[in-house]
Design a protein around this ligand. Structure first.
Ligand SMILES: Nc1ncnc2c1ncn2[C@@H]1O[C@H](COP(=O)(O)OP(=O)(O)O)[C@@H](O)[C@H]1O
Ligand SMILES: [Mg+2]
Length: 256
């Protein structure tokens, strides 16, 4: 088995020296609209195209909305759900509503962490998942920050115990530094931070790999784009904010 899990996000695996080290739990941190959900969904869909099953834990959006959003990028997961290669854990509806009745993996009370873990385990085992995305872990402790670390550690134990490589989406406020709180930041194996900055009246996207156990990685901030096909990262471009504004430079020959 390969020791790297390719994200499949164009340009991203170059920053990670080939991909996320297998079984790493990566915190994908960023403010609203920075592309966290799209990144997570792209990671899962790429896995499906490579024959790697996946599970998406929906805590922020209705599972129906997740499928529709993914379809906008040409990522039709219904087929993989029917084949038993992909599952959405519905930790959003609490089982309420007509559409929720059609969901196979429903967490009745998303505030009840043990029941969430049980449903997640079942989904991972059923589809034989190698990739897991939790969108977002922040939802699980927004009202009780003191339990953040414990919640993330429990999730991590389940996910990596079953041999999966995972992305935990972490929400931070626009303009906030950090990645979601000390308990969480230290509990994970990797941190990728997505940013959206307003500079001279324009929004710019960039990302940085802050931490990734088990590999060397780019130490620079790189620009990225969101397109109709998903996220594209520019591994050969560096994003800097100077006094004059944004400076995007090409990395020269031989530089890393
Ligand atoms: N087809 C598209 N082309 C370009 N940008 C898009 C497209 N679809 C969505 N976006 C951008 O992606 C953003 C939402 O990304 P999302 O992953 O949902 O953010 P987050 O989960 O970090 O809040 C939108 O605000 C928009 O800027
Ligand atoms: Mg989101």
């Amino acid at each position: 088995m390969k020791d790297r899990v390719r994200t499949g996000v164009p340009g991203m695996d170059e920053l990670l020296n080939g991909g996320i080290p297998r079984r790493n739990i990566v915190l994908l941190s960023g403010g609203p609209g920075t592309g966290k959900s799209i990144f997570g969904q792209q990671f899962l869909y790429y896995g499906l195209t490579q024959g790697e099953a996946g599970v998406f834990v929906a805590l922020e959006e209705h599972p129906v909305a997740v499928r529709i959003n993914m379809a906008h990028f040409g990522w039709d997961v219904r087929r993989y759900e029917q084949e038993g290669k992909f599952a959405i854990v519905d930790a959003f509806t609490g089982g309420i509503g007509e559409a929720a009745k059609r969901e196979k993996y429903v967490v009745r009370d998303p505030d009840d962490i043990p029941s969430l873990l049980d449903v997640l385990k079942e989904a991972i085992k059923d589809v034989g998942a190698e990739r897991v995305v939790v969108d977002s872990v922040s939802t699980l402790y927004l009202t009780k920050p003191s339990v953040a670390r414990a919640v993330v550690m429990q999730l991590k134990r389940v996910v990596s115990g079953l041999g999966c490589t995972a992305i935990f989406v972490s929400q931070v406020s626009a303009g906030e530094r950090g990645f979601g709180g000390p308990g969480v930041e230290h509990a994970v194996d990797g941190i990728i931070r997505l940013d959206l900055d307003e500079i001279n009246g324009e929004l710019y996207r960039s990302l940085i790999v802050w931490k990734m156990r088990g590999t060397k990685h780019s130490m620079k901030r790189h620009p990225f784009e969101i397109t109709d096909k998903g996220i594209i990262v520019y591994p050969n471009k560096v994003f800097k904010v100077t006094r004059r504004g944004v400076e995007i430079s090409e990395i020269g020959e031989g530089e890393e």
